[in-house]
Write a protein that binds this ligand. Structure first.
Ligand code: DON
Length: 553
C-alpha cells in the first residue's frame, strides 16, 4: 500500500515538501559559517586530509564566527580513519589550579554570576593544543599553511553576514562590560551592520605566532600576555595553568541501536552516555510505530529524555576525578528497568523521579562541524567557549574571547546553571578537573562502514538534538536533510518542561498537554550538522536553523 502510494506520487510528479541533501562524490565539510566551510574545502582540494581541513576550519571559525568558534575555549574531536580505527581527543578546558568547590558562592552560600560572566569564568583553554595534537598525529599539510587562511581573514577582514551582525547585537549587553570586546565586536558601541567588514589585527598577530609555533599559546608571548591580563583583572588562569594544560586521548564510547554501531563521546562529555542510555530505553519499545512527530512518539521520547537527564545530573562528571557508572548507565537491562517506569499515557513529574540505580548493572571495567575526505577519513569536531561570546572578555592585545566553561560545573550542586541544568556532586569543581559537557561528536556505522557523521552546538540540547536526527533516519526512514529539518523536542528532567521547536501541530501539543506535559516553545533544539554516506554519495544536510553551509566536491 505504501509502495503504491509512493509510486503514484512519482508518476503524478506531485510536489514533495522535503528538501534534498547536498550531494558530493569525494569530500565534504558541513560547518556553521560558510566562509570557514569554504576554507576547509580548499584544503581538501589541495591535497589536505580531513584532519588538515578540520584544523583550518576550526581556526577560520575563530575569526568568522567568533561568538563560538575560538582559540580561547575547548572541545572534542572524534577522528575515524578508513582502517576503521576511531580515536577521541579531549581538549576541553580544565579548571585552573586555584579553582575550588565554593569559588562561585557568595558569603551567604548563594551562587554568583562569576561562573558565567567575566575573567573568573574562564577555564584553561584547550583548543590550540587540541588542534596541534590531532595535526601531529594525522596531518599531511604543514601546520602554518592551515592557520594561514584564518590569519588572512583576521588581517584583511570578513564581510559580516546578517546572522553574524545580529549575533553581535545580541551579545551587546555582555560585551559592552569589557572594553576590548566592546571596541572590537561592538565597534565601540555603534554596532556593525550586515555587509560591514570586521578586521581583527590583534587576533591576526596572535594567530601568526600560533602558526609559527602552537606552543606560543601555552608557553610563549600569548601565554604571558594572557596570564598577565588574567592576573590584572582578577582571573584565575596563570602561566602555570597554561604550561601544564594537556590534551587527553580517550577511548570513544561505543554502543548499538537496531543493528547500527554508534561511536561517540565518552566523559567528560555526558553526551555519549546519555544518548546510548536513551537509545537503550527506546530499542524494543515500539515508540516509533506512532509515527514521527506524533504525540505518542513525542511523549515517549520526552519520558526517555527525562530519565536519562536525571541520571546525568546524579552520576556524570570527569572520570579522571570521579567514578561514573558508564557501563551500568548504558546497559540494556538497566534501560529495561527505566522503560518499565514509563507510562505511555501520562508524564512522570520530574520531582517524583530521582536518578535510577545503574550501579548493579555496572561491570567491573569500567560550533560542531563534520569533514570527510576522499580517502574516507572523517572528523566530527565540536568546540566551544560555552555561551555565545563566552565570558564576554576579549584578552587585551590578543584579540580572542575567553570561555565561560567553568559554568558547566555545578557551582552549587543541586542548583541550575546557565542552561537550567541541575547537576550533582560528581560535577563539583576541583582544580584541573574538566567540567561536564554535553558535546556529542558522533559517528554511526552500518555493516562496519561509516554511515553518518554528526554533532551539534546547543548546550544541554545537543544530546537530544543529535539523537533525534539519528532516530529520524533509522526509525522513520527520512533522508538526512529531512531528518535535520524535522521539528525536534527536548526534555532535561529539570526544569520539568517539554521544549518544542516550531512545527508541532496544535493538535499534537494539546495531546501532549493532556498527558501532563508543560510545554514551552524552544527557539532551537540544537543546530545539528550531519553527513550521511549512501548510494555512492556524501549527503550533507543544510541546517535551516543556522546559516551554515554544506560544501564539497
Ligand atoms: O560543553 C557543553 O556542553 C557546553 N559548554 C556547550 C555550549 C553550547 O553548545 C552553547 N551553544 N549554544
Amino acid at each position: 500500500m505504501r509502495i503504491l502510494a509512493s509510486l503514484l506520487l512519482l508518476l503524478t510528479g506531485a510536489a514533495c515538501l522535503a528538501r534534498e541533501p547536498v550531494r558530493t562524490r569525494h569530500a565534504m565539510v558541513v560547518a556553521q559559517e560558510p566562509v570557514a566551510a569554504g576554507v576547509g574545502v580548499t584544503v581538501l582540494k589541495n591535497g589536505g586530509n580531513a584532519v588538515d581541513a578540520a584544523v583550518a576550519v576550526a581556526f577560520a571559525l575563530a575569526v568568522t564566527h567568533p561568538e563560538a568558534g575560538n582559540i580561547g575555549g575547548g572541545g572534542f574531536a572524534l577522528v575515524r580513519t578508513p582502517d576503521g580505527v576511531a580515536r577521541f581527543f579531549d581538549f576541553r578546558e580544565r579548571a585552573p589550579r586555584s579553582a575550588g568547590r565554593n569559588m562561585y558562592l557568595d558569603a551567604s552560600g548563594k551562587a554568583t554570576a562569576d561562573s558565567v560572566v567575566g575573567w573568573r569564568a574562564a577555564g584553561t583553554p584547550g583548543t590550540v593544543a587540541g588542534l596541534e595534537h590531532i595535526h601531529r598525529i594525522y596531518g599531511r599539510k604543514p601546520w602554518a599553511e592551515l592557520v594561514a587562511p584564518a590569519i588572512r581573514l583576521a588581517a584583511q577582514g570578513v564581510e559580516l553576514s546578517y546572522s553574524e551582525a545580529t549575533a553581535m547585537k545580541q551579545g551587546a549587553r555582555l560585551m559592552e562590560r569589557f572594553p576590548e570586546s566592546k571596541r572590537i565586536f561592538l565597534k565601540g558601541g555603534e554596532f556593525f551592520e550586515p555587509g560591514e567588514v570586521l578586521v581583527q589585527p590583534e587576533l591576526a598577530e596572535t594567530l601568526k605566532r600560533t602558526a609559527q609555533d602552537a606552543a606560543d599559546f601555552y608557553r610563549g608571548e600569548t601565554a604571558r600576555r594572557l596570564a598577565e591580563a588574567s592576573r590584572a583583572n582578577g582571573g584565575e588562569i596563570t602561566l602555570e595553568d597554561l604550561r601544564d594544560y594537556k590534551v587527553v586521548e580517550r577511548k570513544p564510547l561505543e554502543g548499538g541501536y537496531k543493528g547500527y554501531h554508534i561511536v561517540t563521546a565518552p566523559p567528560p562529555s555526558s553526551g555519549g552516555v546519555a544518548m546510548l542510555e536513551m537509545l537503550a530505553m527506546l530499542e524494543g519499545s515500539g515508540y516509533e510505530k506512532a509515527g514521527a512527530g506524533s504525540a505518542a512518539a513525542s511523549h515517549y521520547l520526552a519520558e526517555v529524555m527525562r530519565r536519562a537527564y536525571a541520571d546525568r545530573a546524579a552520576y556524570l562528571g570527569d572520570t579522571d576525578f570521579v567514578k561514573v557508572p558508564v557501563t551500568g548507565l548504558v546497559n540494556p537491562k538497566y534501560a529495561a528497568t527505566l522503560r518499565a517506569s514509563i507510562d505511555p499515557e501520562k508524564a512522570t513529574p520530574s520531582d517524583s523521579l530521582g536518578a535510577g540505580q545503574p550501579v548493579p548493572y555496572e561491570s567491573a571495567e569500567t560550533t560542531h562541524f563534520n569533514v570527510i575526505d576522499s580517502d574516507g577519513t572523517a572528523v566530527a569536531l565540536t568546540y566551544t567557549i560555552n555561551a555565545w561570546w563566552g565570558n564576554g572578555v576579549t584578552v587585551p592585545g590578543l584579540g580572542f574571547l575567553l570561555n565561560n566553561e567553568m559554568d558547566d560545573f555545578a557551582a552549587k550542586p543541586g542548583e541550575p546553571n546557565a542552561f537550567g541544568l541541575v547537576q550533582g556532586e560528581a560535577n563539583a569543581i576541583q582544580p584541573f578537573k574538566r567540567p561536564l559537557s554535553s558535546m556529542t561528536p558522533t559517528m554511526v556505522l552500518r555493516d562496519g562502514k561509516l554511515f553518518m557523521v554528526l554533532g551539534a552546538p546547543g548546550g544541554a540540547r545537543i544530546i537530544t538534538g543529535v539523537m533525534q536526527v539519528l532516530l529520524n533516519v533509522v526509525d522513520f526512514g527520512m533522508s538526512v536533510q529531512e531528518a535535520v529539518d524535522q521539528p525536534r523536542l527536548h526534555h532535561q528532567w529539570k526544569p520539568d518542561k517539554l521544549y518544542l521547536e516550531k512545527g508541532f501541530s496544535p493538535d499534537t501539543k494539546a495531546l501532549l498537554e493532556k498527558r501532563g506535559h508543560v510545554l514551552e516553545e524552544a527557539d532551537t533544539v540544537a543546530r545539528t550538522e550531519a553527513i550521511l554516506i549512501g548510494e555512492g554519495w556524501l549527503q550533507g544536510a543544510q541546517n535551516g536553523r543556522s546559516t551554515g553551509k554544506v560544501a564539497g566536491y
